[in-house]
Design a protein around this ligand. Structure first.
Ligand code: NAD
Ligand code: ZN
Length: 354
């Protein structure tokens, strides 16, 4: 399955297929130098996949620490200086091979190296179907996640589904939250379809047909970001579940997607109170339990901590907390939410996720 972005210029192809990695050589043959920036676990699991490329004298490999650790200032500086030892020209390409952390990190390196060199995304997690598309790249600051970064589009996204075979269930769960979120933003039919396909832990673990849902997820995201690349309005919809989700993530350090799923339930509760929607909260709560999301963690939280973190959300304005709420499936809207409603919804959340 392939698609192409539809910006006015600088478009890029997105290829989602088993064995898509074989197509990479075509995209990198004309560069003076190419660096494969590879997450250490991915390199460990798929070393032989990279060997043929490394026989070329202009292709090099740089292994980076697994996951979030790599998105630090120190590591950014160290890798930039290391790259500059190669006497680079601007005709250089960096290829990010790993999850969202590798993509964000490598994209930011590419955006600043020699004032910008090309980069290609090769996502290896489910979550990275989301992060590899849209051109947001960056690293973390001591003041918070992703606070140092850029909007910088890749030259291509090459999503080889064979990489997903070694993902632990926890990473599947974390990525699935964003795929599910994209279905919620699409509409009732999409939600029914995905819930039917992945109705239990066993079914989700098998990853049967995940390719079509990843593809639909990418399309849903593209629909939004083509119209609003720099998050002036519609791109905010992609933050569904993230206002409360980020607060849970900061406080508990559970994986991003696990926290977002809890944030999605919270959003349903707030919508029922504020917009008078009739979402069946226990239905969604049971769905998360069936998939083994660690929802009991909300019993350890207290509202004041959550409120403190929610106040730092980038969507907020002078009025206070702004959340994305669903008026109905497929119909998101950004709403200001009063503290009293947030408290009531928090109490309900603890009850329903017992
Ligand atoms: P990640 O890159 O940290 O990967 C998660 C873990 O899985 C890591 O330990 C990694 O080593 C391991 N891993 C990766 N591929 C694997 C494979 N094929 N088999 C086995 N293990 C594998 O995290 P992620 O969940 O992919 O992405 C989260 C990151 O993405 C965060 O840094 C977040 O800020 C970022 N993000 C960015 C955007 C964006 O628009 N730029 C959007 C969402 C998330
Ligand atoms: Zn997210």
């Amino acid at each position: 399955m392939q698609l192409q972005t539809t910006y006015p210029n600088n478009n890029y192809p997105i290829i989602v297929e088993h064995n898509a990695f074989e197509e990479l050589s075509e995209y990198i043959q004309d560069y003076d130098k190419v660096f494969l920036i590879i997450d250490e676990y991915v390199d460990f699991n798929f070393k032989t996949k990279f060997m043929p490329l490394l026989e070329s004298t202009h292709i090099y490999k740089i292994i980076v620490p697994a996951g979030e650790k790599m998105k630090s200032f120190e590591h950014y500086q160290q890798t930039l200086e290391h790259l500059l030892e190669y006497n680079l020209t601007r005709n250089t390409c960096l290829v990010a091979i790993g999850g969202g952390a590798t993509g964000d990190f490598t994209g930011f390196l590419a955006s600043s190296l020699l004032r910008g060199v090309d980069f290609i995304q090769v996502p290896t997690t489910i979550l990275a179907h989301d992060s590899s598309v849209g051109g947001k790249v960056g690293i973390n600051s001591i003041h918070g996640k992703n606070l140092i970064g850029a909007f910088y589009r890749p030259k291509a996204v090459i999503y080889d589904l064979n990489f997903l075979a070694t993902l632990p269930y926890d990473e599947i769960l974390s990525g699935y939250a964003e795929v599910y979120k994209h279905a919620l933003l699409t509409g009732q039919v999409a939600v029914d379809d995905i819930e039917k396909h992945f109705s239990t832990k066993e079914k989700l673990q098998s990853l049967n047909d995940i390719d079509q849902f990843i593809f639909k997820g990418i399309k849903a995201k593209l629909n939004v970001i083509i119209k609003d690349e720099k998050e002036h309005n519609m791109r905010k919809y992609l933050n569904l579940g993230h206002t409360f989700g980020h607060a849970v993530e900061y406080k508990t350090k559970i994986p991003h997607g696990h926290a977002v799923m809890i944030g999605i339930i919270y959003q349903f509760i707030v919508a029922n109170i504020l917009l008078d929607t009739q979402f069946d909260i226990s239905y969604y709560a049971n769905y998360l339990k069936k998939l083994h999301y660690p929802v009991q963690i909300v019993q350890q939280l207290n509202f004041n901590d959550m409120y403190h973190y929610m106040l730092t959300d980038k969507k907020n304005n002078g009025e206070g907390i702004q959340m994305v709420l669903l008026e109905e499936l497929g119909k998101p809207r950004v709403c200001h939410v009063e503290k009293t409603i947030l408290i009531k919804a928090f109490d309900d959340l603890q009850l329903v996720l017992k």
